[in-house]
Ligand binder design. Structure first.
Ligand SMILES: NC(=O)c1ccc[n+]([C@@H]2O[C@H](COP(=O)([O-])OP(=O)(O)OC[C@H]3O[C@@H](n4cnc5c(N)ncnc54)[C@H](OP(=O)(O)O)[C@@H]3O)[C@@H](O)[C@H]2O)c1
Length: 308
């Protein structure tokens, strides 16, 4: 029986009877050293999934692995160090992942988070939020298609807006050259992830693409200022969620039988109308992305300050 059918026939991910099924899954998580990514890793480690954590700092990766081991009896946990803000580093990280695992059952994209008050460029000359929260996801998924296709139930999950942001068109000023505000670039990357989910679903129908909007979650991204911290620890607790709640949603999305598509907190489905709309938008974003990547190839001219 295929794993998908066995999920349907057996109890939920939280039940001990599920463990052997989750146990068979190999899962890569970026942004696994903090916040929701680490919470998802711990939740999945508890159910004994084989995990490969991706982080930009070796000591923080080792600490995340130790946290997972403290909550789990299993030993199949490892990490890859990769700063995902440049295309070369994403591809090197992907090469390391490819060398370690022949099959990938779920890829969770959570690297991202906090962005500086001033517009900041990566080593590729790209705006940081665009590079990290959109482009790295595009490049990493495309680089890992072969091991994903080797799974009988492959899934790619981006954590962004769950479809709540996009209005069905590609934002102009992709890299916020004209107008930069740190909170706006986060919303913009959510739009891009919505379009990315639709585009990759269309191009790779053999893979399940999921877009999860966790709501407002208490992580270092949202609690970056002392005022925000006080607010989230008091009144804000009433309408925000813990990283563990979001991590539990993600663990379920990576392992339980859920249709591909857009999800909100507690895995509620609230699919906006535009999602069914004009494919021209996501195809246009793909063309722009491929053109940008082509210009970043060695020998294709200066690699700084490329307009999107
Ligand atoms: N929190 C929310 O309410 C919320 C809502 C909607 C969407 N999201 C999105 O969900 C994702 C995770 O958010 P979070 O709140 O859990 O964030 P978080 O607690 O700040 O964690 C972000 C993770 O990304 C890693 N990271 C940052 N820059 C990186 C880089 N250059 N290369 C590789 N890894 C890098 C961080 O590594 P370090 O440990 O080294 O810092 C950390 O593991 C983000 O994309 C965020 O925009 C968050």
């Amino acid at each position: 029986m295929r794993a998908r059918e066995r999920y349907a026939a057996e109890p939920g991910c939280g039940d001990p009877g599920k463990e052997d099924i989750v146990n068979e899954r190999t899962i890569v998580i970026t942004g696994a050293t903090d916040g929701m990514g680490k919470a998802a890793a711990i939740a999945l480690a508890r159910h004994r999934a084989r995990l490969l954590l991706v982080g930009r700092d070796r000591a923080r990766c080792e600490a995340a692995v130790a946290d997972c081991l403290a909550h789990s009896r299993q030993q199949r946990l490892d990490y890859v160090v990769a700063d995902l803000s440049t295309v070369d580093a994403v591809r090197s990280g992907a090469a390391e992942i490819l060398a370690r695992i022949p099959r990938l059952d779920a890829l969770l994209h959570l690297a991202g988070g906090t962005f500086p008050a001033q517009r900041t460029l990566t080593g590729d000359g790209l705006e940081l939020a665009f590079a990290l929260q959109y482009l790295s996801r595009y490049v990493l998924t495309e680089a890992l298609l072969d091991p994903l296709r080797a799974s009988e139930d492959p899934r790619v999950i981006v954590v962004a807006g769950g479809g709540a942001y996009a209005k069905g068109s590609v934002p102009d000023d992709l890299q916020s050259e004209r107008d930069y505000k740190w909170h706006r670039v986060i919303a913009k990357s959510a739009v891009l992830n919505d379009l990315l989910t639709r585009d990759q679903s269309e191009r790779h129908p053999e893979i399940g693409f999921y877009n999860y909007g966790p709501g407002l979650v208490r992580t270092k991204t949202t609690m970056r200022s002392p005022v925000a911290r006080i607010f989230f620890q008091t009144l804000g607790r009433l309408f925000t969620r813990s990283p563990e709640q979001a991590g539990a949603d993600l663990a379920r999305l990576a392992t339980e039988p859920h249709e591909a598509g857009f999800y909100g907190p507690d895995l509620k489905r609230d699919v906006p109308d535009w999602i069914h709309g004009d494919p021209a938008a996501w195809r246009l974003l793909r063309q722009q992305t491929e053109a940008l990547l082509a210009r970043l190839e060695p020998g294709s001219g200066p690699q700084v300050r490329l307009a999107a």
